[in-house]
Design a protein around this ligand. Structure first.
Ligand code: PFF
Ligand code: NA
Length: 453
């Protein structure tokens, strides 16, 4: 079977891309990671820089990636090579595609562990294993869940298998179908939790924590974390959005879709913050409790709520689904590259990728038990995967994308793909040429400490 002569698959429905891209964006990044890193870096100032990065860097980069994908009709590597070739420039730029593909894969290697936490907590909710009434008890439950590599490995393996099954089914029957009903349910769940938070006593403090932007309280490292998270949460520079864009029908508006995805993603993150921090403050927990934050706090809220078990079950169902609609997007670049270039069927490509992924993710999973001491510079393997992707690969990959779009490619390419009016196009060009690259560089260089020598 040769796929090269056939036109590339496209999303079936009018909403296909929007749902899939929103499904990719909205995930553990919003509900698990955003609250805990916001807690770690002290709240308001972090949130402000994060929001600024979404607007000044995330939105322009997302438009660029979708346009590159649709123009090049291929995996990041192939699409970039084609589009660059069209402008008569060298193929070294396709390294950007390689890095993006690798980045998506590495993210997934630790993401399945966190998704595994979500699935295991769903199971605990169903089987009554979350009966604790204090922060200490919840912390102990979280710790015990991590302590056994067999238990934790079971759940992350389950997520890996589920991801590969969906991806193996294909773009329309697998990815598009699964996202169309999972997304609305999650929003309803978050609204219920916020409603609970409003009455739980910690709401005012939570709002102050998230939105009082006292300038000067954010470290350089915090700024880089905020920038990295803007990429992470929008699924940028990791192949996902670019590859999804390669299935986008020619008539769809890239700018409008981008704005919808970014808005939905931001709203869900802020909603998650407003749902989680009241519980944290009402129970006297520390906001900087790290990656276990939502798993140690939210179950307490469910315990105290009327019908809490039911809501808890619904919540972890939704969180697990949100994780899956993101995880499938992280390997789509690799699977699409393998099917287009190596003559593999989709199924073979998916399972092959899945096996390698399983090996790397198992190492990440072991960071929480037997491999807790396998550290390098104070970080275990799970932390390294997160650190390398969010603080290095995504900012640098994003920088490459905007420089490519702003200075290297022919201007017709984006004029045609984006189809913006002259004024909006000028604004986009100004962003990718100056605002986004300078923003990335300043934050990145500052965090490396070069400005302070
Ligand atoms: N955007 C996802 C989240 O916020 O959970 C994570 C993610 C998905 C990152 C896809 C990268 C990616 F390629
Ligand atoms: Na996100």
């Amino acid at each position: 079977m040769t796929t090269t002569q056939q036109p590339r698959t496209q999303w079936l429905g009018r909403w296909g891309f929007l749902l899939a891209a929103t499904g990719s964006a909205v995930g553990l990044g919003n509900i698990w990671k955003f609250p805990y890193i916001t807690g770690e870096f002290g709240g308001g100032a972090f949130v402000l820089v994060y929001l600024a990065c979404i607007l000044a860097v995330g939105v322009p980069v997302m438009m660029t990636e979708i346009a590159l994908g649709r123009r090049g009709r291929g995996s990041p590597i192939d699409a970039i090579r084609r589009v660059v070739g069209e402008s008569g420039r060298g193929s070294a730029w396709s390294l950007l595609g390689w890095m993006a593909m690798l980045c998506g894969f590495l993210i997934l290697s630790f993401y399945v562990v966190v998704a595994g936490w979500s699935f295991s907590y769903l199971w605990k909710m169903l089987s009554g294993g979350l009966a604790g009434s204090s922060v200490e008890e919840m912390a102990a439950i979280f710790g015990a869940n991590n302590a056994s590599p067999l238990n934790l490995g079971f759940w992350s393996t389950l997520v890996t298998v589920a991801t590969m099954m969906i991806v193996g089914k294909g773009v329309q029957a697998g990815i598009e179908k699964s996202v169309s009903w999972m997304m609305p349910g999650m929003v309803v769940m978050l609204l219920i939790l916020i409603g609970y938070g409003v009455y739980s006593g910690g709401f005012g403090e939570a709002v102050r924590f998230l939105f009082s932007f006292d300038a000067g309280s954010l470290s350089s490292e915090g700024m880089l974390a905020a920038l990295g998270h803007a990429f992470f949460t929008l699924s940028l520079a990791s192949g996902a959005i670019l590859t999804y864009g390669s299935y986008l029908p020619a008539r769809a508006s890239i700018a409008r879709t981008t704005l919808s995805v970014a808005l939905a993603d931001t709203l869900v993150a802020l909603m998650a913050g407003l749902a989680i921090f009241p519980v944290i403050f009402a129970n006297g927990m520390s906001p900087s409790s790290g990656p276990g934050l939502i798993f140690m706090s939210l179950p307490l809220a469910f315990q105290a709520m009327p019908l809490g078990t039911l809501f808890g079950i619904l919540f972890f169902v939704m969180l697990s689904m949100a994780a899956l609609t993101s995880s499938i997007s992280m390997v789509e670049a690799t699977v699409s590259w393998l099917t287009d270039n190596k003559g593999l069927s989709r199924r073979t490509a998916s399972w092959g990728t899945g096996i390698v992924l399983w090996l790397v993710s198992t190492l990440a999973m072991l960071s929480f038990n037997v491999g807790a001491d396998w550290t390098l510079a104070g970080k275990h393997f799970f932390d390294w995967l997160d650190y390398l992707t969010s603080r290095w690969m995504m900012p640098l990959g994003g920088l490459g994308m905007v420089l490519l779009a702003g200075f290297v490619l022919k201007s017709e390419t984006f004029r045609e793909e984006l189809g913006l009016s002259a004024g909006w196009h000028a604004l986009w060009l100004f962003m990718v040429r100056y605002v986004s690259p300078l923003g990335i560089l300043v934050i990145f260089v500052d965090a490396l400490g070069i400005t302070r020598v």
